[in-house]
Design a protein around this ligand. Structure first.
Ligand code: FAD
Length: 524
């Protein structure tokens, strides 16, 4: 039966792929004889999924085959096979494909569908979460969870809540994989307090570009550990992460306050992140947008929205400061008072403070309802030419004047949420691959555009205009979820970390097999 299957696959590949002597497209012909050949798919559905992502901007990065691993060993086998081939082929782990620029794609190579390591994503069965996420405690580490790199954060949350525990650092949206966010940083309104997700990892299992399975931490194989955290998938495929957990609150108090003055808005944000007491601080711009596809607007009631709309017509642009305080039942009587004390003396527009009480889970999973709404209107599966930046605190006023006011407001082209909130450098370990500006406080700015298939290029042109503005005015931004077209741009991005990044690449993935979609070491 094995030989028949191998024969059928080889026939299919020779018909669908353009068979050349000794290779199937760029893959060595012998791939058909290895024991995981039956887990490779080349059918149009598999190829289409592996060559598309949330961004819907990059379309032409088509892999030759897609691996659906059923064990970690399958991934070891495929990387080993490529590493030992005369002409190694590219391999990319695909988490949930929520990149915006083809970062999880592998043209003419193999995409590894990480979700296939677990059938958990297609099955909302509670007991399965607990099997995939193992919660433990040790005197030296405290509470932690061992989770597969393919796991979605929503599943990590649900499983750890069974123990009344939860991770401390989050992203705004939870349908992202552990391996995918740890390859970037994983940031949100909790970052100022706990650091990004990459700062809350105790240990990793990684399969390097040589096909070696290695466990690493601050104390064991530490060079690999730091390389992989924020490493854009360049050094290995994460198959397990040990994530810090803390006691989970049950409820949250959530407040949004509106400002028409950017200086007061950022001043208050910076004040709040430097004082103890809040669990989450973010912020966003409010501008007239059409279509109304901002998934964050669900906070406001209809009467709030009409009040905000009239103010917006008057002012053109508003800034929304957003804070959250967690609490438990035993603090239910005092939390309101504590929160008010923390917000005392802020400079928001009187009358424009809106409060909400919610469950911890619904707050963390807040983007999901927005996603479902947009999906029902056909506004989710559209191009997303996103631009995410870290802006040094010292230049955020210039950034506001030049980008938010001069470019976004005047051109009236913004489409989607625009986030702006400060965070601190102190919880980012310099040894990690992630890159941030060289100042103690910097701003996370997310231009989370949604376009149409006809107009997304105009939004992308606007992104380029923003980057040029920063460049011309010497605003030393760093891109988050970076996307560059030349080696020189990557060198500038990494700055003093570039040589370490290159050394680590030659050590852990010397044949440059992994994550080619980032386009760091392979340009076309
Ligand atoms: P993919 O897109 O599948 O992969 C991303 C990169 O990581 C690729 O290079 C891939 O090859 C590599 N990779 C994937 N899995 C592994 C693995 N196991 N081991 C090694 N490399 C791997 N980010 C934030 O930080 N904060 C946010 O608040 C936030 N909100 C978001 C909201 C939405 C709606 C979306 C779509 C994205 C958001 N992101 C946010 C961005 C998100 O972190 C990135 O898209 C990230 O890439 C995770 O997506 P993914 O798990 O689907 O990874």
């Amino acid at each position: 039966a094995y030989f028949i299957i191998v024969f059928v696959i080889s026939r299919l590949i020779s018909i669908i792929g353009k068979l050349r002597p000794w290779t199937i497209n760029s893959l060595p012909y012998e791939i058909l004889s290895i024991d995981i050949a039956t887990k490779l798919r080349i059918d149009p559905d598999a190829i289409k999924t592996a060559s598309s992502d949330f961004g819907k901007v990059v379309q032409e990065e088509v892999p030759t085959a897609v691996l659906y691993p059923s064990s970690i060993n399958d991934i070891v086998r495929i990387i080993n096979f490529s590493y030992n081939s005369t002409v190694p082929f590219k391999i990319a782990a695909r988490g949930h494909g929520h990149s915006a620029r083809g970062q999880a794609m592998a043209r003419d190579g193999i995409v590894v569908e990480m979700a296939s390591l677990s059938d958990i994503h297609s099955n909302n069965n509670e007991t399965k979460y607990s099997k995939a996420v193992k919660v433990s405690w040790s005197p030296s580490l405290g509470y932690y969870a061992d989770v597969g790199g393919e796991q979605l954060w929503i599943d990590v949350l649900r499983a750890s809540l069974e123990y009344e525990l939860a991770p401390v650092s989050w992203t705004d949206y939870l349908y992202l994989t552990v391996g995918g966010t740890l390859s970037n940083a994983g940031i949100s309104g909790q970052t100022f307090r706990h650091g990004p997700q990459i700062s809350n990892v105790l240990e990793l299992d990684v399969i390097t570009g040589k096909g070696e399975f290695m466990t690493c931490s601050k104390h064991m194989n530490s060079e690999l550990f730091y390389a992989v955290l924020g490493g854009l998938g360049q050094f290995g495929i994460i198959t397990r992460a040990r994530i810090v957990l803390d006691k989970a609150p049950t409820r949250i108090k959530w407040v949004r306050m509106l400002y028409d003055d950017f200086s007061s808005f950022t001043g208050d944000q910076e004040h709040l992140i430097s004082s103890n007491g809040l669990d989450y601080v973010e912020g966003s711009l409010i501008m007239q947008q059409s279509p109304p596809n901002n998934w964050r607007s669900s906070f406001f009631s209809t009467s709030h929205q009409s009040k905000i709309s009239s103010l917006l017509t008057e002012r053109g642009i508003l800034y929304c400061l957003e804070v959250v305080k967690y609490y438990d039942d035993h603090a239910a009587d005092t939390v309101e008072e504590e929160l008010e004390l923390l917000l005392e003396g802020l400079h928001y527009i009187p009358e424009f403070k809106f409060k909400k009480d919610d469950s911890f889970v619904d707050f963390l999973n807040r983007v999901r309802s927005g996603e479902l709404k947009l999906q029902s209107k056909g506004l989710w599966d559209v191009p997303h030419p996103w631009l995410n930046l870290f802006v040094p605190k010292s230049r955020i006023m210039d950034f506001n004047a030049g980008v938010f006011v001069d470019i976004l407001l005047k051109q009236n082209k913004a489409a989607g949420p625009i986030l702006v909130y400060p965070t601190t450098r102190k919880n980012w370990d310099e040894r990690m691959s992630a890159v941030i500006p060289d100042e103690d406080i910097f701003y996370c700015v997310g231009l989370l555009h949604s376009g149409t298939f006809d107009d997304w290029k105009a939004l992308d042109d606007q992104n380029n205009e923003i980057l040029e503005f920063c460049d011309k005015n010497d605003i030393k931004i760093k891109q988050y979820l970076p996307h560059y077209k030349t080696r020189q741009e990557w060198m500038n991005h990494f700055g003093s970390k570039w040589s370490t990044f290159v050394e680590r690449k030659s050590r852990f993935d010397p044949k440059m097999i992994l994550s080619p979609g980032q386009r760091i070491f392979n340009f076309v």
